[in-house]
Design a protein. Structure first.
Length: 278
């Protein structure tokens, strides 16, 4: 539990399992507060399910190829999905007749999605080396920026700020100013592809994860968004590519923590400030 609950230690209970939601692999999962999640799949569909019961509440169909990323607006009323068909779609939870907005314009698979805190703009990234800014209501592309070799792997908005953090296959974490659609800062390049990124709720720290194999690479890195010279900590211990990383909510009885998941079939929880593994 990441909400501060400290129960009695003892044998691990059986994992709760639900029936299959997708007919093929699940490719992306995002939380919908307080008790729903949205899933994208290789079967080209997007599903909204209950965390607790596993029941499927909505299914959205419209993409022509597999869904690569899913996310939602902060109020959880809208779901956004990106696909290998080069498009992004917006879905309304109260509407099941089809997408309420399309965002076409990328030349290759869309691999990054980030919604502004006020839910007025959408930031997208692709393997075409391009990031785009969109007006959510009209679907109009408000800007487009291309950087050579910037194959986007993940995007996340800095809470309360006009900045977007981006991970890339060129091993660089970039911070974009969404107002001018310009790179405000780029952290020193890592040794391996950066697969994912996350920003703490206070907007002070950034976390990124790396590819790797046989114990080489596969670390996660903590960056200070105010002190932009170097990393603060590295979390090393995975044996294969670290595919995802996230800041955990801080409960009253818990130290600040981060979690990572890896191709080595493990999820690890780390003390954010010391790099120690929990």
């Amino acid at each position: 539990r990441a909400d501060g609950f400290m129960g009695e230690l003892g044998p691990c209970r059986a994992v709760q399992q639900h029936g299959a939601t997708h007919t093929h692999a699940v490719t992306s999962v995002a939380a919908l507060q307080p008790d729903l999640c949205v899933l994208g799949g290789r079967d080209k569909s997007v599903a909204v399910c209950s965390w607790r019961s596993g029941a499927e509440l909505h299914r959205f169909i419209g993409h022509q190829r597999e869904v690569t990323k899913v996310t939602s607006s902060l109020d959880s009323s809208r779901v956004f999905s990106a696909s290998r068909d080069k498009t992004v779609m917006m879905w309304e939870l109260h509407r099941t007749s089809g997408p309420s907005q399309h965002f076409p314009g990328h030349d290759l698979v869309v691999t990054g999605l980030a919604v502004s805190p006020d839910a007025s703009q959408l930031f997208t990234g692709s393997r075409d080396n391009t990031v785009c800014k969109w007006d959510i209501e009209t679907g109009e592309c408000l800007g487009r920026a291309t950087i050579s070799r910037n194959l986007v792997t993940h995007l996340c908005w800095v809470p309360g700020e006009p900045y977007v953090v981006q991970a890339s296959e060129d091993k660089i974490i970039r911070v974009w100013d969404s107002r001018e659609l310009q790179v405000a800062h780029a952290f020193p390049a890592k040794r391996h592809i950066q697969t994912c990124c996350d920003v703490s709720q206070d907007g002070r720290h950034c976390l990124s994860s790396s590819s790797g194999s046989a114990g080489e690479g596969a670390e996660a890195t903590l960056w200070d968004l105010r002190q932009t010279r170097s990393c603060l900590h590295e979390y090393q211990g995975h044996l294969q590519t670290t595919s995802s990383c996230v800041f955990l909510p801080r409960g009253p009885a818990l130290a600040p923590s981060v979690a990572t998941s890896s191709y080595d079939s493990t999820v690890k929880v780390w003390d954010r400030d010391t790099g120690g593994r929990g």
